[in-house]
Design a protein around this ligand. Structure first.
Ligand SMILES: NC(=O)c1ccc[n+]([C@@H]2O[C@H](COP(=O)([O-])OP(=O)(O)OC[C@H]3O[C@@H](n4cnc5c(N)ncnc54)[C@H](O)[C@@H]3O)[C@@H](O)[C@H]2O)c1
Length: 342
């Protein structure tokens, strides 16, 4: 079968990647979607089972840092669009193992850019999926895309470094890149090390939600469907060479989040909510909040459609209905058994 377009998604088996792949495969039967993913510990084969037999879906298991493999893909497939999501993503782990974050997040981006740029078939878009964390902490300041980049942890530092590589291909070659920087994304199928699924999994195990430190840390939470719509819109209407913040005004204190989830999962009266919270030591370095302005993306026509109430309801229900989804991931289960907050 002939396809109108070929899209390479790196990290397409991860949380956001799998939602993006499912969306592209089902909405665009005339596009061929290739997923390049190493299948790290945070992936489940079940995330893509709804599309794995589709004629327009191809999976390649491999390392984005493997230049031989990546060059081969670009030399043999006519890749029109790249969504680059493959990355090491867990902030706490980045303090313990920064080298692996540098390798995948920076070196992997370098390999992919070089292969895409030298490919015989010129790609039309290279969308790099970055994070609000590159701005660093914003206590009384809202970041727009021109704000300075001041990453403060090993994860965000590697994402910022990769951004600079991506931007250099625009500056030097006018290679058609676009960068997105998004808030915390949540929803079904997210691996249990991130805060919402971690709290839900702990509560399902009859354990307390672990609150890191005593500082008033908050995050802005964006439902995954809205994030995918933003990526699709940026591909369709985004201007090459530009950066787009992707976010929401839904800011929630982590303490408040834990309390809300306790009430939803445990169904306890207010007087008993605190019994399900436990304070643990904080990470070595913590940003209290990342407020961003999304006017630029909104001017393209994007709005977050899913309210927090609806998004968290769907998410809690999914984790309740799929309690066994991550049960084969013993490392995280045993980590949670020890009730650390790492
Ligand atoms: N989740 C969020 O809240 C959020 C917010 C902003 C930006 N992002 C960015 O979005 C992207 C996806 O995040 P996610 O939450 O889905 O993360 P995730 O950890 O669920 O997925 C990452 C994916 O990358 C793959 N991967 C890791 N190393 C690889 C390698 N060497 N070669 C090929 N594949 C490799 C993993 O197997 C996994 O499928 C990341 O680049 C992340 O920085 C995430």
């Amino acid at each position: 079968m002939d396809f109108n377009s070929t899209v390479l998604v790196t990290g397409g088996s991860g949380f956001i990647g799998s939602h993006l792949v499912c969306s592209l495969v089902t909405r665009h039967p005339d596009w061929r979607i290739i997923n390049l993913d190493i299948l790290d510990y945070c992936c489940s084969p079940r995330s893509l089972e709804s599309v794995e037999d589709r004629a327009n879906y191809t999976f390649i298991r491999g390392d984005v840092c493997n230049s031989q493999l990546v060059n081969h893909i670009f030399n043999t497939e006519n890749i029109d669009v790249i969504f680059h999501l493959a990355a090491k993503t867990h902030v706490e782990t980045s303090f313990e193992a920064p080298a692996s974050f540098q390798r995948v997040n920076i070196e992997g981006t370098k390999v992919l850019l070089a292969a895409a740029h030298q490919a015989p078939h010129q790609s039309q878009r290279f969308v790099y999926v970055s994070t609000d964390e590159v701005y660093g902490e914003g206590l009384d300041q809202v970041f727009d895309e021109s704000s300075p980049v001041r990453p403060s942890n090993p994860y965000s530092t590697t994402k910022a470094a990769a951004e600079y590589l991506v931007r250099s291909y625009w500056d030097k070659y006018k290679f058609p890149i676009i960068i997105t920087r998004s808030n915390n994304i949540y929803g079904p199928r997210q691996y249990t090390e991130k805060v919402i699924p971690k709290f839900l999994t702990l509560l399902q195990m009859n354990k307390k939600c672990t609150i890191q430190g005593t500082l008033p840390k908050s995050r802005h939470f964006l439902f995954v469907d809205d994030a995918i719509n933003a990526l699709r819109l940026v591909l369709e209407k985004g201007i090459v060479g530009e950066i787009y913040n992707v976010g929401t005004s839904c800011e929630i204190l982590i303490m408040q989040l834990a309390k809300e989830l306790v009430k939803m999962v445990k169904n306890v009266p207010d007087s008993e909510v605190n019994d399900w919270l436990e304070f643990v030591p904080d990470r070595p370095c913590v940003d209290l909040r990342y407020p961003i302005s999304c006017e630029k993306l909104q001017q393209l026509g994007w709005r977050a459609d899913v309210s927090w109430t609806e998004g968290i309801r769907q998410t809690v229900k999914w984790y309740q209905d799929n309690a066994d989804f991550w049960s084969d991931q013993e490392p995280i289960r045993s980590k949670l058994e020890k009730v650390t907050n790492k």
